[in-house]
Design a protein around this ligand. Structure first.
Ligand code: NAD
Length: 246
């Protein structure tokens, strides 16, 4: 057991909820933050030691309120998991500016804003930031102009954070998941993409939410005390093969 507290964004479902459940099982207090208030209210009572806060991570005022309420609730922040994200699988020629801006606002600004607001509290505990990027941020494709670019930026932002925050005892790493059957993936993975992923991934299958959660939880934990600035691809071996994204 631990008296540690983690804030997990995008925690109402998918990878974020699986991470919250895993950390809770390991004795962490968990703040579940999500834009979807209804889903958050439904799942929060099923996670022991959880406190739910509705928040749009792209809104600076809501992020400030999130961090303040989290600290009021638990008195400390030991880990921030920047997991909230949205996807859009289109080429540049078909991507309108509003879509581009919304993807960047949630996937990139959200990481920046939550991290900036949490740093003073993480510095007190020698805490960790774990950003959820994607293999789409490691490889270019004919789709995903906004999504892939946002995730590549999250990977670089993670390295910036590691460089800047190490002196304060804060570690920053990111996990780059391969495909996982969540609501996000179901919306953007066509049957052709699914089949191509299946063949391209050495383990020949999608990942599970709990498998990504294990990688995130490791980077949050003291077991990773000398690991910072890294990208951990939890992707069934996809990145290792050099095969292009479907
Ligand atoms: P999901 O859609 O199941 O969950 C995402 C959660 O984020 C939802 O609960 C949603 O309400 C929340 N969210 C969306 N916009 C938000 C905002 N502005 N503020 C706060 N919360 C917001 O998706 P998931 O697959 O679990 O995605 C989690 C993360 O994993 C994302 O960053 C995604 O890009 C990344 N990822 C997913 C896959 C995949 O195949 N599923 C692959 C690589 C990376």
């Amino acid at each position: 057991m631990t008296d540690k507290t983690a804030i997990i964004t995008g925690a109402a479902r998918g990878i974020g909820l699986a991470t919250a459940r895993l950390l809770s099982e390991r004795g962490w207090r968990v703040v579940l933050a999500d834009i979807d208030a209804e889903e958050l209210d439904r799942v929060a009572p099923t996670v022991p030691g959880a406190h739910a806060i509705t928040c749009d991570v792209s809104d600076p005022d809501q992020v400030a309120a999130l961090i303040a309420e989290a600290v009021d609730w638990s008195g400390r922040i030991d880990a921030l998991v920047n997991n909230a994200g949205i996807a859009d699988f289109r080429p540049m020629g078909e991507t309108d500016l509003a879509t581009w801006r919304r993807i960047m606002a949630v996937n990139l600004d959200g990481v920046f804003l939550c991290s900036q607001a949490a740093v003073p509290h993480l510095a007190r505990t020698g805490g960790a930031i774990v950003n959820v990027a994607s293999i789409s941020g490691l490889r270019a494709s004919t789709l995903r102009v906004a999504y892939g670019t946002s995730k590549a930026a999250v990977i670089h932002l993670t390295r910036q954070q590691a460089a800047e925050l190490g002196q304060q005892g804060i570690r920053a790493n990111c996990v780059a998941p391969g495909p996982v059957d969540t609501k996000l993936a179901l919306a953007v993975h066509s049957p052709a993409i699914r089949a191509a992923y299946h063949d391209a991934i050495p383990l020949n299958r999608y990942g599970r939410e709990d498998e990504i959660a294990q990688a995130i939880a490791f980077l949050c934990s003291d077991q990773a005390s000398y690991v910072t600035g890294q990208v951990l691809a939890a992707d069934g071996g996809f990145e290792a093969t050099g095969v292009g994204l479907p």
